[in-house]
Design a protein around this ligand. Structure first.
Ligand SMILES: Cc1ncc(COP(=O)(O)O)c(C=O)c1O
Length: 386
């Protein structure tokens, strides 16, 4: 194993796993150290909606770095104000205050604290198969046992209910509930879209109980599912909207967007040294400009529909089901996904898994049509050859 392959730092406890070393990226292409180019069908689990190192994001980071990298929280920041204004303008009028942090898990932590404080209640209801991050609060809402068990006891008063089951949700959300936390499409859990009826039931359950509703759109937000935000497919508006991954074009960021009513009820304080730093905000401003100008949500809808229709042709002895929304697509196999990913990689396409048997395709939204078609062909071959 070369130094590049064995050098980690971003994860802990996964020694010995083979890794392809990538040194450069542009658009949908990623290059290894030997100069071999591959097409990215995974977009770093949804970070790369604009592709790798989008030139406008690169320019914004360079310019801002030369101007001011960091600013203490005691000062107002014009670039932060401009970014927040641009983000809020993409949302329905009910949204307002935004808490900025540095990652998806932090956006979830903030939502848990805000909801507990605003309601004065302890309980958080989340879903089976849900994934919300790996710090202790968000991990308490994450479902997979092997991610949770080594770190128990976790935060008390978290319960999990079956997804897409309105009756289970009605029963669980009660007058002790602060927060109902759901992904509109479960990403890590295997690409399961919520039905609009389920999300409507979620809204009425929290309204009845006086709890708050948070949609974790860390993976689904910002065009990925064919709308700017996945909740727009159902028209159900949450009280808290959680964003991260692609929000700053690949630069670390997290955002917990909420409403003036929720902020008014909040007691206490919450803060982050690096949250809302000028570099992240400049990158975010550039990324949102590209996303809107290039109508990437519409593109995701178009290419996603084409992809799902085509991949549905694979359903049969090897494929159980194809699910998805926009360019977030899961192909559930009747066998393990690892060999399919390896065959795809041999062909020069990089995709990711969502659990042991689901192939997840979430390419950059800027993927050229022809590359997407070649990618789909490669997926068909890689599954067919098994
Ligand atoms: C829906 C969802 N929420 C939260 C997270 C955690 O984000 P991060 O890894 O930036 O902490 C993820 C990451 O995959 C996610 O998909």
């Amino acid at each position: 194993m070369s130094a590049a392959e064995s050098c980690r730092g971003h994860e802990f406890g996964e020694q010995g796993r083979r890794r392809l070393a990538i040194v450069r990226g542009k658009g949908t292409f990623l290059w290894d150290a030997e100069g071999r180019r591959r097409v990215d069908l995974g977009a770093s689990h949804g970070v790369g909606n604009l592709g790798a190192s989008h030139p406008e994001v690169v320019r914004a980071i360079r310019d801002q770095a030369a101007e001011l990298i960091h600013l203490g929280s005691g000062y107002a920041s014009p670039v932060r104000a401009a970014f927040v204004e641009k983000l809020v303008a993409l949302l329905p009028g009910s949204f307002g205050p935004v808490f900025l942090s540095n990652s998806g898990t932090e956006s979830v932590e903030a939502a848990i604290k805000i909801a507990r404080s605003a309601t004065g209640r302890p309980k958080v209801v989340a879903a089976l198969r849900g994934f919300h991050g790996r710090t202790l609060g968000s991990l308490s809402a994450t479902w997979r046992r092997e991610l949770r068990e080594p770190f128990e006891p976790l935060v008390p008063e978290f319960v999990h209910v079956p997804y897409n089951d309105p009756a289970a949700l009605e029963a669980a959300v009660d007058d002790r509930t602060a927060l109902l936390l759901l992904e509109p499409v479960q990403g890590e859990g295997g690409v399961h879209p919520a039905s609009p009826a389920y999300l409507r039931a979620a809204r009425s359950a929290v309204d009845r109980a006086g709890a708050l509703l948070a949609f974790d759109e860390v993976q689904t937000g910002l065009g990925r599912t064919g709308r700017m935000f996945a909740f727009q497919h159902s028209g159900v508006v949450p009280d808290l909207l959680l964003l991260a991954k692609s929000l700053a074009g690949g630069f670390p960021i997290g955002a917990t967007v909420t409403t003036p009513e929720v902020e008014q009820r909040f007691r206490g304080t919450h803060h982050s040294t690096f949250g809302g730093n000028p570099l992240a905000c400049a990158a975010g401003l550039a990324a949102l400009e590209v996303l809107v100008r290039e109508r990437l949500a519409e593109r995701a809808e178009l290419l996603g529909r084409r992809g799902i229709e085509r991949l549905e042709g694979l359903v049969g002895p090897k494929v159980r089901e194809v699910r998805g929304l926009g360019l977030l697509i899961g192909v559930e196999l009747r066998e393990r996904v690892a060999p399919v990913l390896a065959r795809l990689e041999e062909e020069g396409f990089l995709a990711v898994a969502a659990g042991a048997t689901v192939l997840r395709l979430l390419p950059p939204l800027v993927i050229p049509e022809q590359q997407w078609d070649l990618g789909l062909e490669a997926v068909e071959r890689s599954i067919g050859r098994g």
